[in-house]
Design a binder for this molecule. Structure first.
Ligand code: K1U
Ligand code: ZN
Length: 167
């Protein structure tokens, strides 16, 4: 397995819209394993292929404390959503920034698993937040884009300053 480089906001590649996966093969399974390793190492509770500069519709999540609930979603689609909930979110592509976002409270997701078989999952709480956040990545949307323009500009300045300091 391999650790992948995570793109940082405001990298324009974070806005590329991911394409559907047409065949779930060993190449896709290897990428899913590398994404899981990268997510655990970060550490994080989710990761979308977009964040590692692979523009296909695949994401991984594990919201457990024990790191034993890894889930892979290929070509995920939210087919039902209900209610509204506010949750503080972070993002491995926007390090050090945590902000509240309002999203659906409960969702039903349809996707393919690593065998290419369709499945449906109903989610609420942190898992629902995380899946919605990752599906946004696949659509080229970063969570800070739910914030005011002023906050987005401040976050961009802060991250640019950090990347200059890291050089
Ligand atoms: O998409 C990402 O960048 C991953 C992101 C997922 C996420 C977190 C919180 C709300 C919505 C989506 C993260 O994993 S940020 C890191 C994080 O939240 C975390 C890290 C270690 C332990 C627990 C949480
Ligand atoms: Zn993110």
């Amino acid at each position: 397995m391999a650790l992948l480089k995570i793109l940082h906001y405001p990298d324009p590649r974070l806005h590329i819209v991911a394409k559907p996966v047409d065949k779930v093969d060993d190449h896709i399974r290897k990428l899913a394993a590398d994404m899981a390793e990268t997510m655990y190492a970060a550490p994080g509770i989710g990761l979308a292929a977009t964040q590692v500069d692979r523009h296909i519709q695949m994401l991984v999540t594990d919201v457990s404390d024990t790191h034993d609930q890894l889930m892979t979603f290929i070509n995920p689609q939210i087919v039902e959503s209900n209610g509204e909930a506010v949750h503080e979110e972070g993002c491995l592509s926007v390090p050090g920034i945590y902000e509240e976002v309002t999203r659906a409270e409960r969702i039903k997701v349809r996707a393919l698993n690593l065998e290419g078989e369709p499945f449906e999952l109903e989610a609420n709480g942190l898992l629902a937040v995380c899946i919605q956040h990752e599906i946004d990545h696949l659509k080229g949307k970063v969570f800070v884009e739910y914030l005011s323009r002023l906050k987005q500009d401040r976050i961009k300045q802060k991250l640019k300053k950090h990347s200059r300091e890291a050089m």
